[in-house]
Design a binder for this molecule. Structure first.
Ligand code: NAD
Length: 362
């Protein structure tokens, strides 16, 4: 889902190329706010997406980012079966020094003016405190503190989704989805990684872990009975599953050459360094890659639950649906001999087209 647009491409051309519905420029010289909100598609529901604050090189770069990210949100919500559309907002600036209560509340007013067609959440460079400021001006925001009706830490939900994605891939590869005795290498033992390690260990999985934070690594190893390995060994391990839960782009020509696993399933965003090249390489090598944007959708599910007023149990049930969605994607990939990320994209597009045809209500 790459957006290859040059800086000279006109804004309207950029919008029409990937079907964006609306872009709102928000400017408030008094507070210094400069933001762009992109609504990609609202067929399934209101456009939902985080607000990223970043010191972009220029406005063209900010626009490209918000268009790319909002479109990804459409696919993510669709493949996960949620009644949400895709959107995103970017605030141009250094989040460490250029953020204030006034600028965030002013931004909240811009969201309010969109009358519910866009709902936001925290992202890189924004925090739950910022969401609280936005909440003072509009109800179209999630990720506020629990005391204000927020859904809390999304990481356990994300880990559950990744766990279900792993089970679905194991079922495809081994004929049953029991994880007992399987081996998994989890890269990154942060919020999601640690929760995932906990779930895997409960199923008697042999878990190897790596992290650049050595204290964290040692703590997680001790707490869950996992085996800590150095970062440069993680790709060489003889394991059934490699689970990237740290950074993007760890699946590239060099690592694919090394990997001995049959399955890749983790929470990191944008795991394939180049979708076109590495998706195909994995297919040819017979490695099942569970698309990152599907199995890490727990965070989105968590936000959706906040909007819909679901409790934790219902939220976890929604995360469990990732099992069936992953199985459907893997099957389509096999039948059509296409990489799994493409299979997922096509399923997401079909759901949107179907709902458009019947003019689904939300
Ligand atoms: P986190 O910051 O809590 O944890 C990331 C961990 O990775 C840290 O412990 C860090 O030290 C480690 N790390 C960084 N670079 C590393 C490297 N080169 N090798 C090994 N370890 C490294 O983040 P998180 O919330 O656990 O999220 C993990 C990934 O999942 C991120 O890519 C995030 O974008 C993605 N994700 C998270 C959620 C969520 O609900 N938290 C939802 C969707 C996607």
């Amino acid at each position: 889902m790459s957006l290859l647009l040059s800086e000279e491409t006109s804004i309207f051309d950029q919008l029409s190329t990937f079907g964006h519905q609306q872009v709102v420029y928000c400017s408030d010289p008094d507070t210094g706010l400069k933001a762009i909100i992109a609504v990609h598609d609202t067929t399934l529901g209101p456009a939902f997406g985080g607000t990223r604050m970043w010191l972009y090189k220029n406005e063209a770069e900010a626009l490209r980012d918000v268009l790319r990210l909002s479109r990804s949100m459409t696919y993510k919500a669709s493949i996960t079966g949620l009644n949400l559309g895709g959107g995103k907002a970017v605030i141009i600036g250094d989040s460490r020094v250029e953020k204030s209560e006034a600028s965030m509340r002013r931004f909240g007013k811009f969201i309010k003016n969109m009358n519910g067609s866009f709902i936001t959440a925290e992202d890189v460079g924004t925090s739950s405190k910022d969401m609280e400021y936005i909440r003072m001006e509009t109800k179209h925001v999630t990720g506020v503190p629990k005391s204000l009706g927020g859904s809390g830490d999304p990481s356990p939900v994300t880990a559950k989704g990744v766990f279900m994605g792993i089970k679905a891939a194991v079922k495809e590869m081994f004929g049953n989805d029991s994880l007992a005795g399987r081996t998994v290498a989890v890269q990154g033992t942060g919020n999601v990684g640690e929760n995932l390690v906990g779930l895997l260990r409960k199923e008697n999985v042999k878990v190897y872990i790596s992290d650049i934070d050595e204290d964290r690594l040692a703590n997680v190893a001790k707490k869950h009975g996992a085996e800590a390995v150095s970062n440069n060994r993680i790709y060489d391990l003889e394991v059934d599953i490699y689970s990237p839960c740290a950074l993007g782009a760890t699946i590239n020509s060099e690592t694919i050459e090394k990997l001995k696993c049959g399955i890749i399933a983790g929470s990191a965003n944008n795991q394939l360094a180049d979708e076109a090249i590495h998706g195909k390489l994995l297919l040819d090598k017979g490695i099942i890659y569970t698309p990152d944007y599907l199995i890490n959708a727990g965070g989105l599910i968590n936000s959706y639950s906040e909007i819909a007023g679901f409790n934790r149990e219902r939220t976890m049930q929604l995360a469990e649906n990732i099992y069936d969605a992953t199985r459907t994607v893997i099957k389509k990939s096999k039948i059509e001999n296409i990489p799994t990320h493409l299979a997922a994209n096509r399923i997401a597009e079909k759901r949107i087209a179907d709902m458009k045809r019947i003019k689904a209500t939300y």
